[in-house]
Design a protein around this ligand. Structure first.
Ligand SMILES: C[S@@+](CC[C@H](N)C(=O)[O-])C[C@H]1O[C@@H](n2cnc3c(N)ncnc32)[C@H](O)[C@@H]1O
Length: 326
């Protein structure tokens, strides 16, 4: 049986915007709000620069996979494989280049994996991973999964995505709706930072709508250069706590101080120029990139009545795996 025919019964009857071609499903004819349109374009532009064969891509994938296990509480890849072996349908909500969806599909050949994303990335990804018969790509807004009935997926993964949707809390409810009872959804949100950085980021979300793709790339180039120059100074300084601004003190380099509290200016020598540049572009180009406090994120989980299987925090994010109770 093909992946299409297995998933078809779970697509709401009469859903007539769906075109299935090979391993790509396109939900067309949707109207998005301006910010969602801008965010989709920003990511389409970003992903169109990526070459699956390029130097550094495999390194990025390996780093991301290792981080994924940490973010969602899997001890190892073997632990994830074992967990997924109980799944029939898996949703990678906001799949980007598709390598995590492909990872799930390879680890769990008996499941059908749906890799959904609002950007044009799904077109290239569907070609890249055509050899995986259990992996389907879907271009859609994960804030509106009305093509799927309730309680369809045995595992929903939404890694580094929900903050880019028009209403992340509503998207969270939508992801829970399509998750089967007693099954898990893994979700990541950006964490609120110190006040000066929040002010710059918030102001720039609006301003970035006026910039072209080329201008945003140029800005990202300049910011990457700043990150690189500052990272060359490895001397650490003792920063005092400034609680009124949300600034946590401690010993750190000037780049880290500026990065966490005033302005994201990413640089990682190991990842190199292009990946550092794209990390900065990733931050400054989408007009939708909401940030949350731990209380706000925990509030969503509580409101949805989910059990916390795993909760993880880092300076940049909160994430976890949550079980839908009924
Ligand atoms: C930072 S990337 C993460 C991609 C992937 N999950 C990963 O970990 O590599 C965010 C992705 O979310 C997608 N995205 C943003 N808003 C979306 C929406 N409303 N519906 C579906 N995908 C969305 C973007 O197109 C982009 O591919």
């Amino acid at each position: 049986m093909s992946a299409h025919s297995e998933i078809a019964p779970f697509i709401v009857p009469g859903y007539n915007e769906v075109v299935i071609a090979d391993n790509l499903i396109a939900a067309t004819g949707r109207e998005f709000c301006d910010t969602q349109e801008q965010t989709a374009d920003a990511f389409s532009n970003k992903w169109s620069r990526f070459d699956y064969e390029a130097d550094g891509f495999e390194r990025r994938v390996q780093r991301q996979k290792a981080w994924y296990l940490k973010l969602y509480g899997f001890e190892s890849e073997a632990g994830l494989k074992e967990y997924l072996s109980g799944c029939r349908f898996i949703l990678d909500a906001g799949a980007g280049l598709g390598y995590k969806a492909a990872w799930f599909a390879e680890l769990c050949p008996d499941a059908i994996v749906v890799a959904a994303d609002i950007s044009a990335s799904v077109v290239n990804a569907s070609k890249q991973y055509r050899h995986l018969p259990n992996l389907l790509f879907l271009r859609c807004d994960i804030g509106n999964l009305d093509m799927f009935a309730d309680d369809v997926f045995d595992y929903v993964s939404c890694d580094q995505v929900i903050q880019h949707t028009a209403d992340p809390h509503a998207t969270f409810r939508e992801l829970v709706r399509v998750t089967k009872p007693r099954r898990d959804a893994s979700v990541y949100v950006y964490r609120k930072k110190a006040l000066p950085r929040e002010l710059l980021d918030e102001y720039f979300r609006d301003a970035c709508k006026q910039y072209s793709h080329e201008e945003l790339m140029e800005l990202s180039r300049q910011i990457t250069e700043l990150g690189k120059v500052l990272s060359a100074v490895d001397q650490e300084v003792e920063i005092p706590d400034i609680p009124a601004f949300g600034i946590e003190g401690g010993k750190m380099t000037v780049q880290r101080f500026l990065y966490w509290n005033f302005m994201k200016c990413f640089w990682n020598e190991e990842l190199g120029e292009e990946n550092s540049l794209m990390t900065n572009y990733d931050w400054y180009s989408p007009s939708q990139a909401f940030r949350y406090s731990e209380e706000e994120f925990r509030g969503w989980i509580e409101e949805a009545g989910m059990d916390i299987v795993h909760f993880h925090k880092e300076k940049a994010c909160y994430s976890g795996r949550f079980k839908k109770v009924e």
